[in-house]
Structures are given as C-alpha cells and as structure tokens.
Design a protein around this ligand. Structure first.
Ligand code: UDP
Ligand code: MG
Length: 310
C-alpha cells in the first residue's frame, strides 16, 4: 500500500488550523493507506505554532517544520516536498479552499490512470473578489502566452505528485520557485481533476496584492525570456517610427507640406514617450539581472528552526 503525505503550508492560520486538521484527519483515517500530514509553519506570528505543536504531541503521524521566519508560500511547499519520504503527496492549503474530502477521488484517479501528477483544476471559485478572479484568470492566460512550456489553466498548487516527481523536484536548484509551473515542466503522465474551489473557512487571504504581483513576476521571469524579446521589438518599432518621422519632416520641409517649427508639443511628446520606452526596457533587463544576483548568491530557500515528529 502506498504511503500518502498531505503537505500543508500555514502562515498565521490560527483561525483555521484546528478545523483544517480535523477534516483532513477524518478523510485520512478512512483510507487504507498509511498516511501523514506535514505542516510547514511559515514563520507565523499568531498562535499557529502552539496549536500545531499540540496537535503533533497527540498525533505522531503529524509532522511539523517550523521556519525561522516568514519565507513565503512557495518556499514552504518546497520544504514540504524536500522533507517528504512518502510515495504520494498532496499539496493543499490550510484554509480548506481546496476540500480535503476530495482526496479519495484524487487517489482513485491516480490509481486508475497510473498518473505521476493529478493537478486539480478549478471549475469555479467561491468567496473571492471580482478583482482576484479577473487577475487570476488573466494571469494563467498571459503565462501561457509568455512561457515556452504549456501550463494547465486555472490550476493552483493543489495537486497530487508521486515519488518520481518529488525526486525530480528535489533536484531543482533555482531559488525563485514557481511550483505549479515546475511540476508541469517535469513532464511524465499528468492528468486533470476538476473541482469547485470553496471559500476560506475563516481568516483572511495571506496573498495581498503585493505578494500576488511578486508571485506573478517570479513566474513570468523564471519561465520566459519573452519580456526581453518584447523589449527588443519595442526598440525596433521606435527606430522605425523615428525613421518615418524624420523622412516625413525632411520631405515636408522640402516640399512644404509640413511646418515642423511649431513642434514644441511633438518634441515633448516624443521625448517623454521614448524616455519611457527606454526606462521600461532597461527595467525589464534589470529584472533579469536581479534574478541573476539572487541566484548567484545561492542562499538557502528557507531556514528550518525546528522539526517535530520527523
Ligand atoms: N501561506 C504561507 N506563507 C505565506 C503566505 C501563505 O505558507 O507567506 C499559506 C497559507 O497559510 C495558505 C496557503 O499558503 O495555507 C495559501 O494562502 P492563501 O489561502 O492566503 O492564498 P489564497 O488562497 O487567498 O490565494
Ligand atoms: Mg486560500
């Protein structure tokens, strides 16, 4: 029988953690497989640490990784996979937006298809703002346009991965991990599982706009060189526009169809416009240089303060 681990990143989740554990445990107990839950406490400042420690004290199948500070959702999931020795693992949020009650169906699908990855696709999402729904939809579509790999649309980190995929994942050395992208990138046999995403049972989202933007730009920059190519295209277009305008004004002067002297507005507009284009392209370049800077330092992605029940 294959051993199943459930990997749960938690950041300030005191409002949901007890209920989340109860529901997950209930599902796991009904399975014939040996199971465990790995909680990653991503430097929570509330009571998450104490609550998790209490759970682990009474249930030896609950393992905990306490981070030394908040490193972020993706490093937390990474640590979960890196420290998992099970045959199968399911990555799930602490807030029960992805219902653990689906685990038996996901497992059955894995078995039936003999899949290495079962990725869960959101048919609908409850309790999210119109803004979040729109930006998320747009993000997955832009990502697919930008990236050299094809990603399944509307798919988060809620998925099942097998030992083979986890072993490959452990070999990734990059610091800026866009996990859902990397798992697609690995290949093997991946099958979709459709579900309705629910609202958070309590607490607030730990992904404010600033974190969403950072997440999206990591995904974009690590999976695509298209922004650089777009910058080059912009440069080409500017040069073309410049040549056409120069011809127009010169010929206009000679044949008298343009009066270029009255050009304060046109000069200001083009100075500002091309200044903007230059800053933008330098900015894009800077983003990639920034990534090189981070990657070359090769700092650890996360620091573990304490392990429980490992
Ligand atoms: N999370 C984390 N570290 C962070 C932010 C979030 O471990 O810095 C966890 C969080 O506790 C939750 C999961 O990642 O279990 C997803 O976060 P959240 O539900 O807030 O995101 P949303 O579903 O709103 O996009
Ligand atoms: Mg959530």
């Amino acid at each position: 029988m294959k051993k199943l681990a459930v990997i749960v990143p938690c950041y300030n989740e005191e409002a949901v953690i007890t209920e989340s554990y109860r529901r997950t445990k209930k599902v796991l107990e009904a399975l014939p497989n040996p199971t465990e839950i790995i909680y990653i406490n991503d430097g929570s400042r509330d009571k998450t640490r104490e609550i998790l420690n209490n759970i682990a004290a009474s249930d030896p199948s609950v393992k905990i990784l306490h981070f030394s500070r908040n490193f972020g959702h993706q490093p937390a999931v990474t640590a979960g996979i890196n420290n998992c020795d099970a045959d199968l693992a399911i990555i799930i949020d602490a807030d029960m937006q992805d219902p653990p009650e689906l685990i038996p169906e996901i497992l059955a699908l894995q078995e039936k298809e003999n899949a290495n990855v079962v990725y869960c696709v959101r048919k609908s999402r409850e309790g999210e703002s119109a803004f979040k729904l729109f930006t998320a939809k747009a993000f997955y579509r832009v990502m697919n346009y930008m990236s050299e790999v094809h990603f399944p649309l509307d798919t988060g980190d809620f998925r099942l991965v097998d030992r083979k995929v986890m072993d490959e994942f452990d070999r990734f050395k990059e610091r800026g991990k866009y996990i859902r992208g990397l798992i697609s990138w690995v290949g093997f046999h991946q099958v979709p599982f459709y579900y309705e995403r629910e609202a958070r049972i309590a607490g607030e989202t730990k992904y404010p706009l600033s974190k969403m933007v950072k997440f999206a730009s990591t995904a974009m920059l690590y999976f695509s060189k298209k922004p650089l190519r777009l910058a080059t295209s912009l440069g080409f277009i500017s040069v073309l526009v410049g040549i056409v305008l120069a011809l127009w004004f010169t010929l206009g002067k000679i044949y008298g169809f343009s009066n270029a002297e009255t050009g304060w507005t046109s000069i200001m507009t083009s100075v500002i416009f091309f200044g903007g284009v230059q800053l933008l392209t330098v900015g894009v370049l800077g983003q990639y240089v920034g990534i090189l800077f981070d990657e070359i330092k090769a700092r650890p992605e996360y620091i573990i303060d304490e392990k429980k029940n490992f």
